[in-house]
Ligand binder design. Structure first.
Ligand code: SF4
Length: 503
């Protein structure tokens, strides 16, 4: 019989089939941990290391053994009334749990349970990984292991905290008594645990459990194709926002209509969905030259193609930042000074362990002429990062707000349906558009994704852990990533421009 851990149980709540795959086939490529996933886990561990320093946990004893063998050690510490026990493991009734902290409550004689979360708030929305279900699972296992549990607390990051000098641990975290919410969830959680135990102890791959054929593509995980080989890689599930019409999707699935080409009457679909279906059926793109031309005419030279990369640590590493607040570590700017003029490139990558905000603001002021248009892809990200720098640096507030006013979103042409191609598959991400308009370009030559870059910067560049040659190589690669993003924008702009000027 497989022991069901808390992580596995929460994975089961999110998706039974995925939890089964992870338990029995952990070696699948789909489960390889990416740099950014590892980075986020590391941030969780860093937050926990800080939380251990809270006064409430003073004098804790750490349990190093992670299995059944630790029970004797835990019992001894409990009998000696240790002030707090860090990471004790309990096994009961087919379940295993490693708690964050048990604190001896001298007034009640019980052990209070603390769960540390590197989040800015408590999740109590009944979503698969909500924090109260997490604590309820722990409570049930501990009670079955005959531990006299008292109150249940969630320790989480204080989203109002702004670092000033050294970290103020007591203000960095909030401690919430969640005892009542946990009590309200015990019964349902116990039932879910029984279901999970039964499902996850099937030795052969269950036929049920993967219901994502009833949801849009954005809900599908990487193993979807294993459970639903009958559904093509480009299917009705890729229809833009089909997930918001579950009954419509269910009907298609029931009739095994997966190919967009098999859809008959489209009058019941939104205009964007009709566009996607029609471009697919007719194998012909939709191009609204007039609207594209109008948008391009609004752009004023010099044109700046702009992209930031950021790093958002759980615990602020510099003064002026809050928890999980992003640090602008680099930017790339491709510039065309005048119509038909040559392309030039400037960039900045911060290569020290210090706040880059001021130097980034200074350089943007230097590079971006007030007369020009600053183009980004999904401009709200660039705008918000710029506004956050302005909020930290009153000296540059005016200039940064001016740059924000100069920003426009190049992806508007696609999201507003002025250019629709069946192979965008209803998406407007730069990569989706690039694959169609610039098939010779790829991100595969670069080892990192946009999500990885911040973590690479923190581990290998800011922290100076590598030798200078290796650091330079990493710096070069993340610069290339950012540069490629803005270069793709330039090329897409040129294609649109050429297209419109030929008409
Ligand atoms: S595709 Fe959806 S339902 Fe299927 S295994 Fe993945 S997450 Fe679960």
């Amino acid at each position: 019989m497989k022991l069901i851990s808390k992580s596995r149980f929460l994975e089961y709540r999110a998706c039974p089939k995925d939890a089964w795959f992870r338990l029995y086939m952990p070696e699948l490529d789909e489960f390889k941990i990416s740099i950014s996933e590892q980075g986020r886990m590391d941030q969780g561990n860093i937050a926990e290391e800080h939380a251990k320093k809270l006064d409430i946990f003073s004098g804790f004893v750490e349990i190093k053994t992670r299995n059944f063998d630790s029970r004797k050690e835990i019992d001894l510490l409990m009998s000696q009334k240790a002030p707090a026990i860090y990471q004790p493991t309990f096994v009961a009734d087919g379940f295993i749990v490693r708690c964050d902290m048990l604190v001896c409550n001298e007034s009640t004689g019980k052990w209070d349970l603390y769960e540390i979360k590197a989040t800015n708030s408590i999740k109590n929305d009944d979503s698969p990984r909500d924090h109260i279900s997490d604590l309820s699972f722990q409570t049930i296992v501990l009670e079955r292991a005959e531990i006299d549990i008292g109150k249940k607390f969630i320790v989480h990051l204080n989203n109002k905290y702004i670092r000033k000098g050294d970290i103020d641990i007591e203000n960095l975290f909030l401690i919430n008594d969640s005892t009542e919410q946990v009590s309200a969830k015990i019964e349902i959680t116990a039932q879910q645990m029984e279901n999970a135990k039964k499902y996850l102890n099937q030795k052969t791959e269950p036929k049920n459990g993967c219901n994502c054929h009833l949801y849009g593509r954005s809900r599908h995980c990487a193993t979807f194709g294993r459970s639903h080989p009958e559904i093509p890689e480009y299917s009705i599930h890729d229809l833009l926002r089909i997930g918001s019409s579950p009954s419509k999707l269910a009907e298609f699935v029931k009739n095994e209509t997966y190919d967009l080409g098999e859809i008959g009457d489209t009058s019941d679909f939104s205009v964007t969905q009709q566009n996607q279906i029609n471009t697919y059926k007719n194998n012909k793109e939709i191009i609204n030259e007039k609207e594209i031309s109008n948008i391009l005419d609004e752009y004023k030279y010099p044109l700046y193609f702009f992209d930031y990369e950021t790093f958002a640590p759980a615990i602020p590493i510099y003064s002026g930042y809050g928890t999980w607040q992003r640090i602008p570590i680099q930017f790339s700017l491709h510039i065309i000074d005048k119509k038909g003029g040559p392309l030039r490139h400037v960039e900045y990558l911060h290569q020290e362990n210090s706040d880059p905000s001021e130097i980034v603001a200074k350089k943007l002021n230097e590079y971006i002429d007030p007369k020009g248009t600053v183009l980004a892809w999904n401009v709200s990200f660039e705008k918000n990062v710029t506004k956050e720098i302005a909020a930290r640096l009153s000296k540059y507030e005016k200039v940064l707000n001016r740059i924000c006013l100069q920003m426009k979103d190049l992806s508007d042409i696609f999201s507003k349906q002025h250019y629709v191609h069946k192979d965008f598959r209803g998406r407007f991400a730069i990569e989706a558009v690039m694959k169609v308009l610039l098939p010779e370009m790829t991100y595969e030559n670069l080892p990192y994704t946009g999500e990885d870059v911040g973590y690479v910067w923190w581990q290998d560049i800011a922290n100076q852990g590598l030798n200078p040659k290796e650091r330079d190589q990493k710096a070069h690669l993340i610069k290339e990533y950012c540069k490629q993003d803005t270069f793709i924008m330039v090329e897409i702009f040129r294609i649109l421009n050429d297209f419109v000027s030929k008409k």
